[in-house]
Design a protein around this ligand. Structure first.
Ligand SMILES: Cc1cc2nc3c(=O)[nH]c(=O)nc-3n(C[C@H](O)[C@H](O)[C@H](O)COP(=O)(O)OP(=O)(O)OC[C@H]3O[C@@H](n4cnc5c(N)ncnc54)[C@H](O)[C@@H]3O)c2cc1C
Length: 252
């Protein structure tokens, strides 16, 4: 009901694909110009609507990857080979093509840069996208909140934003980035390979401050398992915000 009321106030806007950035062999960032874009908070998403010539229409949600930047918006789409929408967005949509979208949607899974409390971001697979928007906003706004990103992905081949994450990890005090590889690490990788567990989370995140804010995003199975780990480490449920991307049982 509340979502229906909010969406009722949001108009469909027509963006234009200004540019693309290939992130991995199966993921692409769409850089869009969206006249009339009202601005967003990092963590929010948009609905994208595709309409075929025969009038058939379908919608999907995509998190905003970029920090607020006028009418510019970036979405990072992970292609599912048997998917209906993601193959179109990653392989067919071309520069200067229009794209219908509405948003921003979701005020709960959003980080406000004026908030100086410590932030722990944990993303699995493309669940890193809204967390990247938070990291980018923290940098662009000159915020001071200590922030740590733990990003779980299968292997170096599936790592989104690889070069940017490396720069961020090297160049920003109080902004830490750790990658957890679940299937295979880089050739010189001395770290562990496998799903994030309680011990590794404790090692990476250290002692949680009493007011730490946690944002967890990814496939449903990943989000539920990480939320359980956080609760097991003494984080209160109200300190944990979650966003689930896919069908249940998925992992990253
Ligand atoms: C709030 C929100 C934000 C999202 N943000 C992003 C984002 O930033 N980037 C992004 O790439 N995706 C994101 N998603 C997922 C996105 O909405 C689509 O579900 C995804 O692109 C698949 O759509 P599709 O039409 O290609 O596949 P579909 O035709 O819908 O599905 C094809 C097959 O894949 C399975 N499937 C569907 N979704 C997933 C999934 N996420 N993981 C694994 N299997 C799946 C289906 O059960 C089906 O078997 C987000 C979802 C939500 C709810």
């Amino acid at each position: 009901m509340a979502r229906a009321a909010v969406l009722g106030r949001l108009n469909w806007l027509v963006g234009q694909l200004a540019d693309v950035r290939e992130e991995t062999a199966t993921a692409r960032t769409l850089i869009l110009d969206v006249p009339g874009w009202p601005g967003h908070l990092p963590g929010q998403h948009v609905d994208v609507r595709l309409t075929a010539e025969d009038g058939y229409s379908t919608e999907r949600s995509y998190s905003i990857a970029s920090a607020p930047d006028g009418s510019r918006l970036e979405l990072t789409i992970q292609r599912l080979e048997d998917g209906e929408v993601s193959p179109y967005l990653t392989m067919v949509l071309s520069r200067r093509d229009p794209l219908e979208l509405r948003g921003p949607i979701g005020g709960y899974f959003a980080w406000r840069p004026a908030d100086s409390r410590p932030v722990l971001l944990i993303g699995g697979g493309s669940g890193v996208v809204p967390l990247m928007a938070m990291v980018r906003t923290r940098i662009a706004s000159g915020g001071t909140a200590p922030m740590r990103l733990i990003y779980s992905t299968r292997s170096p081949d599936t790592l989104l934003y690889a070069a940017e994450l490396e720069r961020i990890a090297a160049g920003h005090a109080d902004l830490d980035v750790d990658v957890v590889y679940t299937r295979a690490g880089p050739p010189d990788w001395a770290g562990r390979v496998g799903r994030l567990d309680a011990r590794q989370l404790r090692e990476l995140a250290g002692q949680h401050a009493a007011d730490t804010q946690c944002f967890v995003c990814g496939p449903t199975g990943f989000v539920e398992s990480v939320a359980r780990l956080l609760i097991g480490q003494g984080i209160e449920a109200q300190q944990i915000r979650t966003e689930r991307f896919g069908p249940s049982g998925g992992t990253a």
